[in-house]
Design a protein around this ligand. Sequence first.
Ligand code: NI
Length: 202
Amino acid sequence: MGVDGIAGLRAGRYLGRMPDVTTTDATMGGTADRLRILTVPDPVLRRVARPVGEGDGDAVRNLVPRMLAAMYAAPGIGLAAPQVGLSLRLAVIDLQRDDARAPMVIINPSIIAASTETEPHEEGCLSLPGQFADVVRPRVVTVRYLDEAGARQEVTADGLLGRCLQHEIDHLDGVLFVDHISALKRNMILRRLAKSLRAKEG
Ligand code: NI
């Protein structure tokens, strides 16, 4: 498990056992199906995801293009595996600056450094559709991760990418952007979201 296990992704010698997540049966149906993005209060969004490891090679190869498709269709700039029902430490990001696509896949990411300087910025989340709040986070972070090919990568980012990395890594720990704001604001957002989701269901 962990970093060493992932190196094998490159060698392609994995048997491709699907991760043990029972809640994904519906969302992970046929490979041609579009992934459904789960919304609060789905419990998988609150679970600490497990690291991608040996045996996940096929699952990751299958999942990444479908997660990217779901993110672009939403549309969004980031999507973490728990948001599509898979409790795995994997997320995709694409800021799509100037409408150009440059997908980034982060596997088993960890924040290895964060600036003491913080800044507020408005955030939203595909799992809390239509809801936004100012969230205070470190201004700059350094993140270590494995890319889709299993190669070790490190990125230091501020601005939107730094923000997005922190937001997606939070998802892997069952943390949502509303956890960073006051209880008063959080409850207001969650009430508003529940109401709008009910209205959508009819
Ligand atoms: Ni999100």
